[in-house]
Design a protein around this ligand. Structure first.
Ligand code: URA
Ligand code: SF4
Length: 214
């Protein structure tokens, strides 16, 4: 039999809880991204959160501080959640890839999109987070997270806002990444992108409420 490819699963603890999983991920060498990053940035939030939000990869600030979504995209995400009436207490926040990927530009570390092989190598952590948290709904933020959860052929432009099934979770919805709002070309576009993002999150909230009522 062909040797199984290296992945994060090689670093799982024997008996699994969220805290043991997080501790084990600190030593992950499932792909090469650990080499240039400061630390693993694992998911955080309520253990049995009804909602799991999945980003792409930690950024510069996340890498230095060790927590997901603590930089500019995270600030925007929190603002949008608040506007949509979603409490952070109901959320588990994580990323498709757990180590910061970047290139140096002068003195700045510029975020790089993870490669397909890195996403696949890191996916076992996300898979296990989903199994342990058991959220009612997983929301993919941006196409990297969406393709991780829904397959490489998933197109955000076609299926944004739809609740879909995936092998990792029964109910997944994809929307934009908050950093896309930061990249909007002007104030008007930024405003519109934020309004659309908040509208998606309101739909997320309605989905959760819909499931909770008898
Ligand atoms: N962008 C992400 O996708 N994740 C983070 O944690 C921060 C920025
Ligand atoms: Fe492991 Fe993921 Fe980090 Fe790669 S990016 S070393 S698979 S935790």
């Amino acid at each position: 039999m062909a040797r199984r490819k290296r992945s994060a699963a090689d670093f799982f603890p024997k008996s699994i809880s969220l805290s043991r999983l997080r501790a084990a991920a600190e030593d992950c060498r499932g792909c090469d991204l650990y080499k240039n990053a400061t630390q693993t940035v694992f998911g955080e939030g309520r253990a049995r959160a009804p909602l799991m939000l999945v980003g792409e990869v930690p950024g510069d600030k996340e890498d230095r501080e060790g927590h997901p979504f603590v930089g500019p995209a995270g600030t925007l995400l929190r603002k949008a959640l608040e506007q949509a009436g979603i409490s952070l207490k109901d959320v588990y926040l994580t990323n498709a890839v757990k180590h910061f990927k970047y290139i140096w530009r002068g003195k700045r570390r510029i975020h790089q999109k993870p490669k397909r092989t890195e996403i696949v190598a890191c996916r076992p952590w996300l898979q296990e987070e989903i199994e342990l948290v058991r959220p009612e709904l997983v929301v993919a933020l941006g196409s990297t997270a969406a393709q991780t959860l829904l397959g490489a052929s998933f197109r955000l432009t076609k299926h944004r806002g739809e609740v879909m099934g995936s092998d990792l979770a029964p109910r997944v919805m994809a929307t934009i990444h908050p950093s896309a709002i930061l990249r909007a070309p002007d104030e008007r576009a930024r405003h519109q992108a934020m309004a659309d993002f908040v509208a998606d999150l309101k739909r997320v909230r309605a989905e959760l409420r819909g499931r909770r009522s008898p």
